[in-house]
Design a binder for this molecule. Structure first.
Ligand code: HEC
Ligand code: HEC
Length: 289
């Protein structure tokens, strides 16, 4: 009996040792990646508009793509307080105290959004990149115009701290947490896409859907999002339109707006939603096992 206990003790002790060592290595890898600095070498020119129409276009972009994390007043919010992930605030984007619009030039704001590189060269952590990186130059100008026009809010958030789970995810590349690691610093930002070019515009808009539904729209297991191919290959366009504007599926089930952000898709024009549908229809369906 004693011998058995001793062996169990040795096995458990050994396992613990391996786990602690593995965690130490992982922590070091993650820390060295998070402490890197980056320099954006791509050139771009921005002309930030001041006319109300383009500021309104920027507001629409913000509401669809940024509001869920940066809050309706653009002041940012506690993004994670789970000790496993760490304490992370999304940034205050206004011109108030500690706000990005007060401290950053237009180019610096654009670098943070397109390349995930902050003013001091450090990488953003937790900002999505699939859509952000694909924003075309005209839309980036609209977005920055809107950020600069918003009422200033003062904030005083502590610097981010990163927990063990975040480091595991990061080291194992389970989640694209760090934009700068996934985007080439020399890659110029996308040129303007005309809404008149339905398929190209649909491709542009549906990049946002890939953030949750995966690069080939087959869903992401870890995020528990469904494949879009059933909808694309078996639904009518009217059913698709109803699902993404009211959240109601053909079988009558209501989608949770906290999971699938359908309310904001009402901000798209009908032509824009049609462009997304037309683009998805133009693709070769991806059949899953
Ligand atoms: C999934 C949540 C999420 C979404 C969506 C999101 N952000 Fe962020 N954003 C964050 C977090 C978290 C940070 C803080 C990152 C850090 O400090 O490393 C941040 C930081 C920023 C920063 C500041 C970076 C810096 O230099 O400190 C800017 C600018 C920004 N976001 C703009 C945007 C814009 C514009 C959009 C929409 C196109 C957007 N974000 C969408 C979570 C998000
Ligand atoms: C923030 C994550 C997120 C984004 C972005 C997103 N979706 Fe979804 N989507 C979901 C989730 C989660 C579900 C499952 C919801 C449910 O079943 O209750 C879903 C379900 C759907 C469904 C129903 C599929 C089915 O067969 O039941 C369609 C259609 C859909 N999304 C289309 C889109 C389109 C088009 C876009 C881009 C314009 C998009 N989604 C962007 C998360 C997202």
């Amino acid at each position: 009996m004693k011998r058995v206990l001793k062996w169990i003790g040795i096995v458990i002790g050994g396992l613990l040792g391996v786990i602690i060592l593995a965690y130490g290595v992982m922590w070091a890898v993650s820390a060295s990646r998070l402490n890197r600095t980056y320099e954006v070498t791509a050139n771009f020119n921005l002309n930030i508009p001041t006319d109300p129409e383009r500021i309104a276009a920027g507001e629409k972009l913000f509401t669809i793509y940024c509001e869920s994390c940066h809050d309706a007043n653009l002041a940012g919010e506690l993004f994670s307080e789970d000790p496993a992930f760490g304490e992370i605030y999304s940034a205050n984007l206004t011109g108030g105290e500690n706000g990005i619009s007060r401290r950053y030039s237009d180019e610096e704001i654009a670098r943070a959004i397109w390349y995930g590189v902050k003013q001091d060269g450090s990488p953003t952590v937790g900002m999505p990149y699939e859509f952000n990186h694909g924003i075309h130059v005209g839309d980036m100008e609209n977005l920055i115009a809107y950020l600069r026009s918003a009422p200033p809010v003062d904030t005083n958030y502590p610097p981010p701290s990163y927990g063990p789970m975040l480091r595991v995810f990061h080291t194992a590349n389970l989640f694209p947490l760090v934009t700068a690691e996934n985007v080439a610093m020399s890659q110029p930002p996308p040129a303007i896409v005309s809404p008149d070019d339905t398929l190209a515009y649909g491709a542009y808009l549906s990049v946002f859907c890939t953030a949750c539904h995966g690069p080939d729209f087959t869903g992401i297991a870890i995020a528990e999002t469904p494949s879009l191919w059933t909808a694309v290959t078996t639904w009518t366009e009217a059913e698709f339109e109803r699902a993404i504007t009211t959240g109601v599926l053909p079988d009558g089930r209501q989608m949770d707006p906290e999971m699938m952000p359908w309310p904001s898709f009402n901000l798209y024009t009908e032509a824009e939603r049609h462009a997304i549908w037309a683009y998805l229809q133009s693709l070769e369906p991806v059949v899953q096992e």
